[in-house]
Design a binder for this molecule. Sequence first.
Ligand code: NDP
Length: 252
Amino acid sequence: MEKSTFDLLVWLWTVIALIVFLALQFVTAPYGRHSTKKWGLTIPDRVGWFIMEVPALIVFFYFIFTGTAEKNVTVWIVAALYVIHYVNRAVIFPWRIRVRGKKMPLVIALMAVFFNLVNAGFLGYYTGSLNTHFTVTWLKDPHFIAGLIIFITGMAINISTDEKLIHLRKKKSDGYEIPRGGFFEKVSCPNFFGEIIEWGGYAILCWSLPAFSFFIWTFCNLVPRALSHHKWYQKNFPDYPKERKALFPYIL
Ligand code: NDP
């Protein structure tokens, strides 16, 4: 595919993220605490997470291995960072969550599959075939170095706070508690904050249109979800800390 056609498609895809952002001001994606049977057929949460996220790995691998660009150490590092995130999200996270008997609508899982297929396709095709700047010297570029530090920081926040949330729940329960300590004193959803930082870092270290598009998609998905979670906590826990923000410490 011509680079200009590819760029146009990624721009169009990014505009869709903004439309989804607007839609999510009115509709809350019904999984996790917002799950409902009104969206038709449901599947077990653990299976849902695996089905939703594993295509992001398969499609990415396909485009990396079949891509025509030179596979130097930089390409492998850029690819490995993405793969580390998705091995956690597709395999480790679903295996660790405590979701006894909880279900999510199949249609939500299928929408997430579509989202992952397109994002992974764009990122994989760019990294595997179209990129021209992932040379060995890119590893010394300030964009790469700063982006990598931000990416690792975001991933550490995301994984550690996901882990803390998972352990709030006793093994045989499906209830919720007020998370406390560390980042949770500042915001209700530090795991989403970490994920946004992480993909912001990835966009900087890649310095590419599909990586920026993916960052915007992540932002557009997680900001409305964090606001919904925050409202849910306030509604369900009368003693919920008043000073806590939803997503960005001291801001939102
Ligand atoms: P949540 O914070 O809603 O839940 C994470 C896990 O912790 C779930 O198993 C949840 O159970 C449990 N949990 C959360 N809060 C509590 C609590 N107060 N008490 C007890 N258990 C709790 O995250 P999501 O499920 O929405 O997302 C999971 C991960 O996926 C996050 O890291 C997020 O950043 C990422 N993600 C990324 C997106 C992107 O666009 N890049 C989009 C969506 C998610 P339960 O499911 O039963 O509520």
